[in-house]
Design a protein around this ligand. Structure first.
Ligand SMILES: NC(=O)c1ccc[n+]([C@@H]2O[C@H](COP(=O)([O-])OP(=O)(O)OC[C@H]3O[C@@H](n4cnc5c(N)ncnc54)[C@H](OP(=O)(O)O)[C@@H]3O)[C@@H](O)[C@H]2O)c1
Length: 312
């Protein structure tokens, strides 16, 4: 990939896609091809084929997907599998037909089996049953990984996948029903602080552990892999260590300046106790995340205040 390369970032308005655009621009890659969903609906094969023929991208990052929280995944099961399979099939097969030089497919750590040993390494893929609540989404993501490998095996295509852990950061989704763990904690603690609540109550015991990576670190790692990685094997990209929910909450409270009591309702479910991916394949390539949890929360909260909240 050179500064003149024509690079398509699919899903550039999303959290991951926008971080990829920032990372590419920081790296001096200015020939970016960016299409909103309104300009190019990636579920439509003919539109995607026409796009590839006209724009002739040399490198493709697939960060476009139908994503959602627990409720959305439970309710719109058919949409989650069909839309994601369509987007991926059109982009991956189309890239092969159009002679794209290299392609990166963004998967997700929800593709690991529900009972996976921790930390989860790439060898654990396909080794057990998926979490049923989001299995349509996970099956689509597994199919994307398999497609990259199949086009490599059959056609020698330089297509590969990355598997990020939970992400947070700029452009995160703070919707009350669709947000991920860090976005949910930030908006809850922000409300407690602005409303001067004496305490803030969280579900569960606070003991489950979660791994969180700042989205710009994922983007930098992905851009680096696009330049240097030449294997078909998927690569986990995680922070490397996890934190208890209590630790995450305490750090969020500290950054946001909330001094009320933190309380837990242990009668409510904890969810999965641990979800840590093994990033040793990525680390062996010389990569490590640049953003500490605290730095990431500071940046995320600045973005939250600017985009989402009315500053108090
Ligand atoms: N967020 C995380 O914590 C996380 C963790 C691990 C992996 N990932 C993976 O990273 C990828 C991106 O996630 P994200 O959090 O960035 O999601 P996001 O913020 O919802 O962004 C998804 C993007 O895809 C675009 N898109 C959806 N359907 C499309 C279509 N039919 N045609 C064209 N564009 C379409 C959306 O465009 P519109 O905005 O126009 O709808 C949006 O820009 C996903 O594959 C996800 O599995 C995310």
């Amino acid at each position: 990939m050179t500064p003149d390369s024509r690079i398509f970032v699919a899903g550039h308005n999303g959290m991951v896609g926008s971080a990829l655009v920032r990372s590419l621009r920081r790296g001096g890659f200015d020939h970016l091809i960016l299409k909103s969903k309104a300009e190019l609906d990636l579920t439509r094969q003919e539109e995607v084929e026409r796009f590839y023929a006209q724009e002739k991208p040399e490198f493709v990052f697939i960060a476009a997907a139908k994503v959602g929280g627990l409720m959305a995944n439970k309710t719109y099961r058919a949409d989650f599998i069909t839309t994601n399979l369509q987007i991926q099939a059109n982009l991956i097969h189309g890239a092969h037909q159009a002679g794209v030089s290299k392609l990166l497919f963004m998967a997700s750590s929800c593709i690991y089996p529900r009972e996976c040993p921790q930390p989860m390494n790439e060898g654990h893929l396909w080794s057990g049953y998926l979490e049923p609540t989001n299995s349509p989404y996970a099956v689509a993501k597994l199919a994307g990984i398999e497609m990259c490998r199949a086009y490599h095996d059959q056609h020698g295509a330089r297509f590969f996948s990355v598997i990020p852990c939970n992400l947070y950061g700029q452009n995160d989704n703070y919707h009350p029903e669709n947000s991920h763990v860090m976005a949910a904690l930030i908006s809850k603690v922000h409300r407690a602080r602005t409303e001067q609540q004496p305490s803030v109550l969280f579900w569960g015991t606070g003991t489950p552990r979660r791994e969180l990576l700042y989205v710009d670190d994922l983007a930098d790692a992905s851009v680096w892999l696009m330049q240097h990685y030449e294997q078909p094997d998927p690569v986990n990209i995680g922070y490397g260590t996890d934190h208890s929910i209590r630790e995450l909450i305490e750090t969020v409270c500290d950054v946001l300046g909330y001094t009320g009591r933190i309380e837990f309702d242990a009668s409510k479910p904890d969810g999965v106790m641990r979800k840590l991916i093994d990033s040793s394949r990525m680390q062996a390539l010389g990569w490590k995340p640049a953003t500490t949890l605290r730095e990431g929360i500071v940046k995320s909260y600045a973005d939250y205040l600017q985009r989402v909240a009315t500053p108090s």
